[in-house]
Design a protein around this ligand. Sequence first.
Ligand SMILES: [Zn+2]
Length: 225
Amino acid sequence: MLQLPGMALAFASPLPPALTRVLDREVLVSLGQFGRWGRFVRPVHLKIAADPAMLRGAALLPTALDLRGLCRGDDVWVLDPAAWPDPPTDRELADLLLHELAHAMWNQSTAPAAGVAPVTPPTWFREGFAVVVAEGAPPAAARRAIDGATLAHAAYADDAAIVNLGPVAYTAAAVAFDAWIARFGRRGLAALQRGLRAGKSFGRAFESSCATTDRAFIDDLCKRV
Ligand SMILES: [Zn+2]
């Protein structure tokens, strides 16, 4: 078990050296920012996939995504850096870990009572939250690259559509989430998380904390970006 700022990381076997290095440096520094966005209430289990097939096997459903990592409940899976087609830089590895840890924090911040199935937010919110928590608000150049048509495509994209869109899907999600947090703030975020913990669907929790539907919010944003 490794104690990090605001969270504990559990792992069963020794970590690859590159992962230990980024945990000790980049991840340690950036995790300090996570507390603004939610909270970890249980240890996160870090699991290493020896190859892409093992990683795909850890996903809940078959996926078209070319995965390097994924998060399922309290488990964060990372593809062994030795098995990446191009060896990752420490920055890439840290960003991946932080992204998956952000998903884990979301899961723990919104988990309903035992026996109630957790809900998965739509792509724009789920991935936008993870990107913004892990990397901060999207830079101006990235923002300018997102127009209304791209955002409309990306906001509710399934895995196959995310593959077609490429990295822009994540940028569009981050732009949308950033616009959402600018409008509804931490109170909106806390209210939404409370609603999900109470067992509401994403749509209902969104509506009661934002006084609009998530579709209406995205439709309006598509006209303004
Ligand atoms: Zn993600």
